[in-house]
Design a protein around this ligand. Structure first.
Ligand code: TYM
Length: 328
């Protein structure tokens, strides 16, 4: 049994990319491991976000975690800002990190590009993420491809801390699946599907109604070849749809290529849409049952208490190691 930590930002809507790249793995890993799954709201304020929207998103993401199959009996589900040690360790790790290594983070470069004003929070974001992981001695961190560099930085910071002070942190490993770790946008399949995309046609939201899903898949960008085959370079749109289909229906891509041999994109796309609808409909039903329930609050209260116990203990060790104590 290993310790797992992962999180999703309650910024915007949760997409099919988040589900395939992260949430589905969260569910698979909870049976055999000690898992902590966090709604990382402190990460959401690194960019400007309306306070009511953030509160709503936080609750919605918690409900989606559970509706997607996370079991509070097996995994600890909690809201990051409710466990104060995250922000505290985040600061300590910020002090341990260098401007140069933070400037190298590609996600920071992407998100700050072309902006007049770049928030300092966006810049130090990866040190908070490192704190999330290290507080729980997480050994495995299931994420999509875009978070790999942040986990490498987490390892560097853990190593630096351990050698500068004393052995305090465990080295986490990313868990990144071979397929589905980078689901692409439906409108620009060279870019990843993102919850902050300004064009909603680019992503499938976990809460999109069946007809919206059908429309979005129907208008997904493909190519003019007319053959359903996997080729990420030449046919990013079709390959993305094949990957989604394969992962949700659990059918190898080769078999799908054979199944649609000689058939047009219209038939293929209609089936992709049905596979997505079949996966999301039951999740949405559970979501609507949970969203206004007291049960959801009880789960989050319990999760917070358990996480807080573990995180506070670790934080006390870090404070001691760094000399953040009065001499007595
Ligand atoms: P976030 O909120 O952007 O995304 C949550 C998870 O979804 C994955 N993901 C994708 N996977 C496949 N295809 C896509 N198109 C796609 N888009 C997103 C992300 O890789 C991620 O695993 N910094 C993190 C949140 C975080 C975190 C942590 C993660 C904060 N602290 C500690 C792990 C451990 C983020 O912004 O993820």
């Amino acid at each position: 049994m290993k310790t797992i930590f992962s999180g999703i930002k309650p910024t915007g809507t949760v997409t099919l990319g988040n589900y395939i790249g992260a949430m589905k793995h969260f569910v698979n890993l909870q049976d055999e491991h000690d898992a902590y799954y966090c709604i990382v709201d402190l990460h959401s304020i690194t960019v400007e976000i309306d306070r009511v929207e953030l509160m709503n998103n936080t609750r919605a993401l918690a409900a989606l975690y559970i509706a997607s199959g996370l079991d509070p009996e097996k995994a600890t589900i909690f809201v990051q800002s409710e466990v104060k040690a995250h922000a505290q360790l985040g600061w300590m790790l910020t002090c341990l990190s260098g401007m140069g290594e933070l400037e190298r983070m590609t996600q920071y470069k992407d998100k700050s590009q072309g902006k007049d004003r770049i928030g300092a929070g966006l810049f130090v974001y990866p040190t908070l993420m490192a704190a999330d992981i290290l507080l729980y001695d997480a050994e495995l961190v299931p994420v999509g491809d875009d978070q790999k560099q942040h986990i490498e930085l987490t390892r560097d910071l853990a190593q630096r801390f351990n050698s500068r002070y004393y052995e305090t942190f465990k080295m986490p490993e990313p868990v990144i699946a071979e397929t589905g770790a980078r689901i692409m946008s439906l409108t620009t399949p060279e870019k990843k599907m993102s919850k902050t995309d300004t064009n909603p046609k680019g992503y499938i939201s976990m809460l999109d109604a069946p007809d919206v899903i059908r429309k979005k898949i129907k208008s997904a960008v493909t190519d003019s070849e007319g053959i359903v085959r996997f080729d990420r370079e030449q046919k990013p749109g079709v390959s993305n749809l094949l990957e989604i289909y394969s992962l949700l229906a659990d059918i190898p891509i080769k078999e799908l290529e054979a199944k649609y041999d000689g058939l047009n994109y219209g038939v293929f796309k209609a089936d992709v849409a049905e596979v997505i609808v079949a996966e999301l409909e039951p999740i949405q039903q559970r979501y609507y049952d949970l969203i206004d329930s007291e049960e959801l609050d009880l789960i989050l209260d319990q999760g917070r208490d358990k996480a807080d116990l573990v995180a506070s203990r670790k934080l006390a060790k870090v404070e001691k190691a760094m000399g953040l104590q009065r001499k007595r």
